[in-house]
Design a protein around this ligand. Structure first.
Ligand code: TXA
Ligand code: MG
Length: 311
């Protein structure tokens, strides 16, 4: 069910959950202090309780009120990338409900860059918003995707298709330097100018408490088996690029032009969702793409979508 800003404001103020647009993916929003609505998010998504939520606001001042440490570099990052697809993990005050941060001493913050959502946040204050998909499924980048997962009657603030199509990049400060907790719409290389180094990608160590619990779970996954390789693997369909030729007789689901990672990002989750819509059980994904910039995020998402190892 498509709703407008006044309806979304009223639902959120009444402790309901609504889907909101962002430049990355759609989110399922609940007021920061609406405990029942926050519980409802975990239930709706079937999300493990140890996977914390990102707090979304429309201003740095609000984030300063909620975090206890906002180092200079975090401010520089915020000024360079907010509003935008960057999430910062910062030590937080205990005025942030424990459930939201899954008991961690930190919380994740972001100022999203979507005109409707920025307007909404101005009226309702901070909200938590995980991606608006069932846990483990591909994220939602259109209102139709949200309705696919949560039903036609689920309230969605319709902001059109998400222009980035990949989740925010998550940065956290760990053992003396910033690290990428989750690759995302901003490539790690883009932080060089602010930090003076390219932050490394956090590695999960076996048996250790994960710094970013979401990385534990199977993500972005269609039901189909995905064969990721540079060489053609005969499968039911091919996931490829609009400017390339593929063997005859196969349906090709196009991600976009192979020189345009933004276009590929925008289409990635739609294509993965199409596999389920069409009941496809195997697809070859053309991996002749460079492992750099946003392509690295696309590769990581495809690897997670193809993985049978992580839950
Ligand atoms: O682009 C995005 O970030 C989207 C839109 C809606 O803003 N949101 C999103 O939320 O992707 P979600 O819940 O699907 O992913 C949030 C990730 C999870 O991997 C979670 O573990 C991590 O953020 N996270 C949240 N709080 C954290 C914290 N305090 N420390 C480390 N990781 C945290
Ligand atoms: Mg998610």
């Amino acid at each position: 069910m498509r709703i407008d800003i006044p309806e979304a404001v009223s639902l959120l103020k009444n402790g309901e959950v609504v889907a909101i647009p962002s430049e990355t993916v759609y989110g399922l929003a609940a007021g920061l202090y609406r405990e029942e609505a926050v519980d409802k998010i975990f239930k709706l998504k079937n999300r493990p309780l140890n996977n914390p939520l990102i707090i979304h606001t429309d201003s740095l001042e609000e984030i300063e009120l909620l975090s206890c440490d906002f180092p200079k570099e975090a401010r520089d990052l915020a000024e360079a990338f907010w509003p935008g697809p960057l999430t910062l993990v910062l030590p937080c005050k205990d005025n942030i409900p424990e459930k939201i941060r899954a008991g961690l001493p930190t919380a994740a913050f972001r100022i999203p860059n979507h005109p409707l959502t920025l307007k909404l946040l101005k009226s309702v204050g901070p909200v938590v918003a995980p991606s608006a998909n069932l846990s483990g499924r591909p994220s939602a980048t259109t209102p139709e995707h949200v309705e696919e997962d949560f039903g036609e009657n689920f309230p969605v603030l319709d902001g059109g298709a998400c222009i980035r199509g990949l989740e925010s990049t998550i940065l956290g400060y760990h053992e003396g330097s910033w690290e990428v907790y989750r690759l995302g719409a901003i490539p790690a290389e883009a932080f060089f100018d602010i930090l003076g180094y390219i932050p490394g990608v956090l590695k999960l160590k076996k048996g250790e408490n994960p710094l970013c619990p979401g990385q534990l779970y199977r993500h972005y996954a269609p039901k189909a088996h995905l064969a990721l390789s540079e060489e053609f693997v005969p499968c039911q369909v091919i996931i490829g690029y609009s400017n390339r030729k593929y063997p005859e007789g196969y349906e090709v689901l196009h991600l976009g032009h192979s020189d345009n990672p933004i276009e590929v990002s925008q289409n990635l989750y739609s294509v993965l969702r199409k596999l389920d819509q069409q009941n496809i059980d195997s697809a070859w994904v053309d991996m002749r793409i460079p492992n750099e910039g946003i392509w690295s995020t696309i590769i990581e998402r495809l690897q997670k979508a193809a993985s049978t190892e992580i839950k």
